[in-house]
Design a protein around this ligand. Structure first.
Ligand code: DGL
Length: 264
């Protein structure tokens, strides 16, 4: 029997928004949550830096934890490095795709906002998704490093100022035609972690979608029929840099069932 865990990878805590729906579907699956805290944040890095960093790091993580499946729970890393990670690893790899398709299915105004990191929103991959799945919609984008920081701060137990969420949303709504947006794609895994704060700062009736539930279903499908170790699963988090900031995340990790924190 394969006792291997599912390994989730992100630059920081964002991937927890993918862990949550996956745990709901697969409560017996052991999880390794890997965060590249030494490389955080990814969203302001160049394509070349991300493309060099992510496959090498995942190679080390797979060697150490022998997962049965890897989830790149990060839009930035997925939109840039998914093909090279798949080529480098001999385990199945599930990536994160901006949820433009479900957003297009929901939008009545046919104007969609895509909120991601700066690196994600400039990818041709996003143009491609918009053309394929939202051809009759206006797709407005905004890249925000501030929102990534807000999510990290919230999970580290720090208070976050509502004005900062309004400033992030202004990056979408203040664009020409932005006032018609009725659906926002959280195209960074950090953003569902602050969805309540975003919704409170947004005009009434705006809906938010993200890729987490779809990824969870994909993971459940790919592991269908596989056995999981008996008993309560043991989850662990591994950080590429384990300092004070990362240790402050322990209570948040515990809320996701992750009790052990270790350095890579
Ligand atoms: N959580 C990541 C994403 O989904 C990246 C955040 C960052 O490191 O900038 O894009």
């Amino acid at each position: 029997m394969d006792t291997g865990p599912i390994l989730f990878f992100d630059s920081g805590v964002g991937g927890l928004s993918v862990v949550a729906p996956t745990r709901a579907l697969l409560p017996h699956a052991p999880i390794v949550y890997a965060a590249d805290s030494a490389g955080f944040p990814y969203g302001v890095k160049s394509e070349a830096e991300i493309a060099a960093r992510v496959p090498a790091l995942l190679g080390r993580l797979v060697e150490r934890y022998r997962p049965r499946l890897v989830v790149i729970a990060c839009n930035t890393a997925s939109t840039i490095a998914l093909p090279s990670v798949r080529a480098a690893l001999d385990v199945p790899v599930v990536g994160t795709v901006p949820a433009i398709r479900p957003a297009a299915a929901l939008s009545r105004s046919r104007t969609i906002g895509v909120l991601g990191t700066e690196a994600t929103v400039r990818q041709a991959y996003v143009d491609d998704l918009a053309a394929r799945f939202a051809g009759d919609c206006t797709v407005l984008r905004h890249g925000s490093a501030a929102l990534v920081e807000l999510a990290e701060d919230k999970l580290a137990g720090q208070p976050t100022d509502p004005a900062r969420y309004r400033a992030v949303l202004a990056g979408l709504f203040d664009q020409p035609g932005g006032d018609a947006i009725d659906v926002i794609v959280n195209a960074c895994t950090h953003f569902p972690l602050v969805e309540a704060e975003l919704a409170a700062a947004a005009p009434a009736g705006i809906r938010f979608v993200d890729g987490g539930p779809g990824i969870a279903r994909r993971v459940a499908f790919l592991t269908q029929g596989q056995a999981w170790p008996a008993g309560e699963p043991r989850h662990r988090a591994v950080f590429t840099r384990l300092g004070e900031r990362e240790r402050a995340l322990a209570p948040a990790l515990a809320r996701y069932g992750i009790a052990t924190v270790e350095p890579l």
